[in-house]
Write a protein that binds this ligand. Structure first.
Ligand code: NAD
Ligand code: ZN
Length: 415
């Protein structure tokens, strides 16, 4: 598969350079090159990784990115990374297929231009795009408890911008679908201003890009939703970046035991760096893993956080919490037809089941403070970054995730 990916990428580069007419060339160098603001209001031709079909390698091609409309912002992506949610929708096995599409939602960038009505962001601001937004006006945004904005909450099936129901990306007039309102596998992208968190200009974008989804999600799932007390026992299902961020939250909250559950034993070594103290592989047991955990913990864990997307793991995560006080939090994105089944007595026995998007953080209000946690050395981000590739090798990031290798792979747009 590697060879095939490589040849596709180099073929598309050749195709890309052929596409660059003299006019485009002059445009790119005289107008995008030196100062970003001179491209304001113009269509920008740039490179993007296009998913033409489910499960097929992305192809880097030239795409035209239209200027931002009302309440939209066009940003230059500096770094992006791959989260499992991109992979699910690219594979489109348990999700609705929508192609051609530009994936990517975990990223960091710089504002290139702003549309009408955008008053809180300016050209040059450093921003993290987020897959779910914060309009600031709806009941959810006004509630202290919710981050499920009525206008901008996650919508995995929409491929267009809200303002006019159209895409801002096209190739020779053919529209290319957006993904999660972010589409960060492109040198330039257009995002609703409510889905952009303005962050400290001092924060290194090649690191804090992973705070725009996975790490904040796992961290918030523990700190904001599960809320373990000091000395608690916490189970984390799925030891990918999201799960290990949940473990990091448990460590910060002062958990006494953090039990990691994963089908892939390669994950265990890495997980020790995140304070995971015990491991359970469901494959090693001929009875449900919730029973194994109940036995290990004298009746169940105080808190559990599910970060796999697998329905059986979700049910186990709920059933392994202690009766009377246990709280389970679902984070993984399930297959669209999955149904959660458990005996009602498990709930009557005073167990609580919760779920969260983005760790209950309000993207614009709260994300800058997560970045500050990193800047103040309260949160370690580096240990999540196991691979780096240039944009031209973006398909390698997919390969690593498919093989369950490493945690986060940073894709650098400028190499
Ligand atoms: P990842 O692929 O890096 O990690 C997932 C881990 O789960 C893997 O190590 C895998 O071996 C393990 N796993 C899979 N099935 C399992 C099972 N039945 N039992 C035990 N372990 C199992 O993925 P990630 O990027 O860390 O994302 C984790 C999940 O979180 C995904 O479902 C992703 O879509 C979801 N997610 C949700 C949100 C949200 O806001 N709710 C945000 C980001 C990601
Ligand atoms: Zn809102």
């Amino acid at each position: 598969m590697y060879k095939r990916l490589g040849s596709l990428v180099s073929h598309s580069y050749a195709h890309f350079s052929k596409l660059l007419t003299q006019k485009h060339f002059r445009f790119i160098h005289s107008e995008i090159g030196p100062t970003m603001s001179t491209t304001s209001g113009l269509v920008i031709p740039c490179k993007a990784a296009i998913a033409w079909e489910a499960g097929k390698p992305l192809v880097i091609e030239q795409v035209e990115v239209a200027p931002p409309q009302a309440m939209e912002v066009r940003i230059k992506i500096k770094y992006t990374s791959l989260c499992h949610t991109d992979l699910y929708f690219w594979e489109a096995k348990g999700q609705n297929p929508l192609f051609p599409r530009i994936f990517g939602h975990e990223a960091a960038g710089v504002v290139e231009s702003v549309g009408e009505g955008v008053s809180d962001l300016q050209v040059g601001d450093h921003v993290l795009p987020v897959f779910t937004g914060e309009c600031g006006d709806c009941r959810h945004c006004k509630s202290e408890e919710s981050n499920m904005c009525d206008l901008l909450r996650i919508n995995t099936d929409r491929g267009v911008m809200l303002n006019d129901g159209k895409s801002r990306f096209s190739i020779s007039g053919t529209p290319i679908n957006h993904f999660l309102g972010t589409s960060t596998f492109s040198e330039y992208t257009v995002v609703h201003s409510g889905c952009l968190a303005k962050i400290s200009p001092l924060a290194p974008l090649d690191k804090v890009c992973i705070l725009s989804c996975g790490i904040s999600t796992g961290l918030g799932a523990t700190l904001n939703v599960a809320k373990p007390k000091k000395g608690s026992t916490v189970a984390v299902f799925g030891l990918g970046a999201v799960g290990l961020a949940a473990a990091e939250g448990a460590r910060i909250a002062g958990a006494s035991r953090i039990i990691g559950i994963d089908l892939n034993p390669k994950r265990y070594e890495e997980a020790k760096k995140f304070g995971v103290t015990e491991f359970v592989n469901p494959k090693d047991h001929d009875r449900p893993v919730q029973e194994v955990i109940a036995e290990m913990t004298n009746g169940g864990v105080d808190r559990s956080i599910e970060c796999t997307g697998n329905i059986n793991a979700m049910i186990s995560a709920f059933e392994c919490v202690h009766d009377g006080w246990g709280v389970a939090v679902l984070v993984g994105v399930p297959n669209k037809d999955a149904v959660f089944m458990t005996k009602p007595i498990n709930v009557l026995n005073e167990r609580t089941l919760k779920g969260t998007f983005f760790g209950n953080y309000k993207p614009r209000t709260d994300l800058p403070s997560v970045v500050d946690m990193y800047m103040n050395k309260k949160l370690e981000v580096e240990k999540f970054i196991t691979h780096r590739v240039p944009f031209s090798d973006i398909n390698k990031a997919f390969e690593y995730m498919l093989k369950g290798e490493g945690l986060r792979c940073i894709i650098s747009m400028e190499e």
